[in-house]
Design a protein. Structure first.
Length: 251
């Protein structure tokens, strides 16, 4: 039912001259049913982009629970929020982008990634994803997505995958100890993070040529650092996210 409502409202917001302020009561009724009437009257508005929600619900099959669990958000238009550069405020993430928070090993959010929801369906990852530039607090090569969650787990092994949606889709089917490289390279800093885990690493990278080459290179790197590892066996095609979606029971 919610999927249908999301599709309808995304079409309304896209093709009709209707402000999201008009749709706000519907937004709260669907996604925040527990909020009282007094709270709904507050001036602060829930940031919602119906096209992003439609993308998550219909294309990615990511439900409300997963959206909340991984703190997924969306960019907003009209230069309503941004970062400064030489005393100038500008929007780093464009409209119609899914925003994914990036946390350090303590679970503190240090940066964000943006994912295009229109276009960029194929081709290099650089055209699909946009990361905040490096700073004194953050370098992409020093992070592993979902690390703080895996670190707290008592499990003795964890899966190492390439992307955000691989982690989210595996979590959805009950495989919760997953880390993402945010690419196909394993840096020295990321290697140290894996050493700190003291868990067996199971490589589950994409089946394409880049993924196969990365599997070999990363395996050798892990072994050279005395990190126990293995590779997912089987003649699978695609990435973990695609495999999970293809094999998900239909409702």
């Amino acid at each position: 039912m919610i999927k249908v409502l999301v599709v309808v409202l995304s079409l309304i917001a896209k093709y009709l001259p209707v402000s999201l302020v008009v749709l706000e009561p519907v937004i709260f009724l669907i996604f925040e049913p527990s909020i009282g009437k007094s709270a709904r009257k507050k001036p602060a508005r829930k940031l919602v982009n119906w096209e992003v929600l439609n993308y998550l619900y219909t294309k990615r099959q990511i439900d409300r629970e997963l959206i909340t669990r991984f703190s997924l958000g969306c960019s907003i238009s009209g230069q309503q929020i941004g970062i400064t550069d030489n005393n100038r405020i500008y929007d780093f993430f464009s409209e119609k982008q899914l925003i994914i928070p990036l946390a350090n090993k303590e679970g503190e959010i240090v940066a964000f990634a943006g994912r295009k929801i229109d276009g960029g369906a194929s081709g290099a990852a650089q055209t699909k994803y946009k990361y905040l530039p490096s700073s004194q607090y953050y370098r992409k090569s020093s992070l592993l997505y979902n690390y703080s969650v895996v670190k707290k787990s008592r499990a003795t092994e964890c899966y190492l995958v390439e992307g955000f949606f691989d982690v989210i889709s595996l979590t959805k089917i009950g495989v919760e100890n997953c880390l993402a490289l945010l690419g196909t390279n394993l840096s020295e800093e990321q290697t140290k993070l894996l050493q700190e885990l003291k868990k067996r690493i199971i490589l589950f990278l994409d089946s394409d040529k880049a993924g196969q080459e990365a599997t070999i290179n990363i395996s050798l790197r892990l072994l050279s650092h005395e990190i126990d590892c293995e590779v997912v066996k089987g003649d699978y095609q695609g990435d973990p996210d695609e495999i999970c979606q293809q094999n998900e029971p239909k409702t």
